[in-house]
Ligand binder design. Sequence first.
Ligand code: SIN
Length: 316
Amino acid sequence: MTHPSNPTARPQIVVLGTGGTIAGTATADPSLPGYTAGVLRVDALLQGIPALSRLAQIHTEQVANIDSKDMDFAVWTRLAERVAHWLDQPHITGCVISHGTDTLEETAYFLRLVQRTDKPVVLTAAMRPATALDADGPQNLLDAVRVAVQPQARGLGVVCVLHGRVHAARDVTKARTHQVDAFSSGERGPLGEVDGDALRLWRQPAAEPGAPWPIPARDAWPRVDILLNHVGADGAVVRCLVASPAQHPPLRGLVIAGTGGGTVHQQLEAALQWAQQQGVRVEVASRVGPLRGGAEDGLNAVKLRVRLLLELAALQ
Ligand code: SIN
């Protein structure tokens, strides 16, 4: 790929590090199993991929270095601000973010909903730590940069590049707990695939009605929780959450992962109606997978929560 005003220049890509297994190392004590996520810095991850320098001029920034199960709103606000900062610069072609797999789909959808540019934002991750003999991180990072430099990637929104596939932020979900091929875009399927240095696109992502939303300040995020419908769901948790005076910030919204097509137990339903009368916004997804049709089309419960968070933050 070349820069339009200088055919010999490589595109400039910023890679932001946030942690995850991709930056993980085996535990120091060989008698202990496993590894620690979010240890190595993003510069160190890229040093192991010499092929990158052929594709792009790389800038890096370490935004966080955490296990993504611990992702929080302060990091989200900072990450979105840094993505916007870099992509506002005319010489920057695109942004790659290295992240943990566990909450990758939430961060991707958040960034999609606040995105104000058509430059590509590409998240990637790994299922095996950087110190594993068969680490999948280097290939995924290389593929992410391969996608970020492509003119075709402009206008795709935020995408996730994992195991050679390109997923839309709206559709992608972690579907397997151990396999390297851990991500799925459900019945919609991926947007495309990485084929060597080329990007093969099969379809375009869906539009995001209402986007872009403002990036909430780090202390201006409302409280929105997710509850599951299940056998014997009697709504007691809803009543406790709404009535608790100790919560800060107070509960502003609830997302219910309903059964089947978004159904809820009659007792939970009664508690939710009461919660709405107390001013709590209630949205219903399904614990089975994304619902079809309406504003929730294609969104699972965690993504519906991301959208509700941004809607409620914009109101306050
Ligand atoms: C994490 O999400 O940070 C740890 C798990 C992973 O990246 O696979």
